[in-house]
Design a protein. Structure first.
Length: 147
């Protein structure tokens, strides 16, 4: 149970590291290598994950509120139950992502390509979906972006 709250882990390779129970609130993980890390249920509130390598990482039920996920490729990721309240998703890719029961309330998803994403039970209250491509491939409001 490492407390890494606010740590600067910029560029650190964490592949294979045992992070079980670690607290990563506010950690700077810019450019960190988190390949294949199991971050299920982790508290990543306010963490900076821009340019981090999340290939194969599991983020199911992760608390990503206030996290910086700028330009992250989350295409095909299992993000079910994840909390994105106040997260910065600018430039993030969410095509084919599993966002079942994810909290995307008040997110600016304007112009995002959500083709193939699973939004079943996702909280989209107050989300801006203007010009977004919904999972069925149609542009909002003609496509159904709410599940």
């Amino acid at each position: 149970n490492q407390n890494l709250t606010g740590y600067n882990l910029t560029g650190t390779t964490l592949t294979g590291a045992n992070l079980a129970g670690a607290t990563l609130t506010g950690a700077n993980l810019t450019g960190a290598n988190l390949t294949n890390q199991n971050l299920t249920g982790y508290n990543l509130t306010g963490a900076i994950l821009s340019s981090a390598n999340l290939t194969g990482a599991t983020l199911t039920a992760a608390n990503l509120s206030g996290a910086n996920l700028t330009n992250q490729n989350l295409s095909g990721f299992n993000l079910s139950g994840a909390n994105f309240t106040g997260a910065n998703l600018t430039g993030a890719t969410l095509t084919a992502a599993n966002l079942t029961n994810a909290n995307l309330s008040n997110q600016n998803l304007s112009g995002y390509d959500l083709t193939g994403a699973n939004l079943t039970g996702a909280n989209l209250t107050g989300a801006n979906l203007t010009g977004a491509i919904c999972p069925n491939g149609l542009y909002f409001p003609f496509g159904n972006c709410s599940a």
